[in-house]
Design a protein around this ligand. Structure first.
Ligand code: SAM
Length: 254
């Protein structure tokens, strides 16, 4: 029985799995981390293509089965545990390819962005709605902290949609495959990255408010600072490009 609380919606259609693997742009020299291998369908296809595969599964029964199924594969390590606790920082250069558990999509993405030092790319099957937020441009309701964080550190590309009927059990929403290539240098240069993200988070925490209102606890002269940066204080956060947030952040950096 699939464990709903572990986000178990399995994908076994070989043609869809092949498309995901093509989107990941792998080489035979790659080390791959697969999050939530489940029954191991994609695990097997990956194992045949890459040098080393680390597959992290939280479900103990699935883990035991995977350990048995992959005993003859010298290049596969099955790890039992929670991906959010995995020490990605201890790995050499690696890529992530995974159909991830949807109850922790955003924490996984932020965890991987945190561990970006040796990460080269992530190819993730996630909820379509989250994929749309990742690639969203300024001006719409999808644009927010996840779009800016993803686009600041990576080049995200929405590759294709997977209809919900392809999964077992069938989930409530359609999925999408997103490929995110980690940038060598961030999309924009800022003098204080911590402050940049603080401003972004604070602005979007009250996205209906004007910037002058939502950012006033960061700077008592926020109206003047915004005007000096050439940004109308009456604008709302979803209208600002990443470049404009960077500019504002640099104006606020002492
Ligand atoms: N990759 C398989 C597939 O495509 O059929 C399974 C995908 S299913 C959406 C998510 C998988 O992640 C399940 O096998 C589930 O047990 C596992 N999982 C759930 N929470 C996890 C966690 N915190 N860490 C690692 N794996 C987890």
């Amino acid at each position: 029985m699939p464990r709903k609380h572990l986000g178990q919606n399995f994908l076994s259609d070989p043609s869809i799995l092949s498309r995901i693997i093509s989107a990941a742009d792998l080489t035979s020299d790659d080390t791959i981390v697969e999050i939530g291998p489940g029954h191991g369908h994609m695990t097997r296809m990956l194992a045949e293509r890459v040098k080393r595969l680390i597959a992290i599964e939280l479900d103990h029964d699935l883990y035991k089965r995977l350990t048995r199924d992959f005993i003859a594969y010298n290049n596969v390590e099955i790890v039992h545990g929670d991906v959010l606790q995995f020490p990605f920082e201890s790995l050499d250069i690696f890529k992530v390819v995974a159909n991830i558990p949807y109850y922790i999509t955003t924490p996984i993405i932020f965890r991987l962005l945190d561990a970006k030092q040796n990460l080269r790319s992530m190819t993730l099957t996630i909820q379509k709605e989250v994929a749309e937020r990742i690639v969203a441009l300024p001006g719409g309701k999808d644009y927010g902290v996840l779009s800016i964080s993803s686009q600041y550190f990576t080049e995200p590309e929405l590759k294709f949609i997977i209809p919900k009927e392809a999964f077992r059990p069938v989930p409530k929403v359609d999925s999408a495959v997103i490929h995110m290539t980690i940038r060598g240098i961030p999309r924009v240069t800022v003098r204080d990255e911590k402050l940049f993200f603080r401003i972004v988070r604070m602005a979007f925490s009250q996205r209906r408010k004007t910037l002058a209102n939502s950012l006033n606890s960061l700077d008592k002269d926020i109206k003047d600072t915004l005007s000096e940066a050439g940004i109308d204080p009456r604008r709302r956060p979803e209208t600002l490009s990443i470049g404009e947030f960077a500019l504002l952040s640099d104006f606020m950096t002492p």
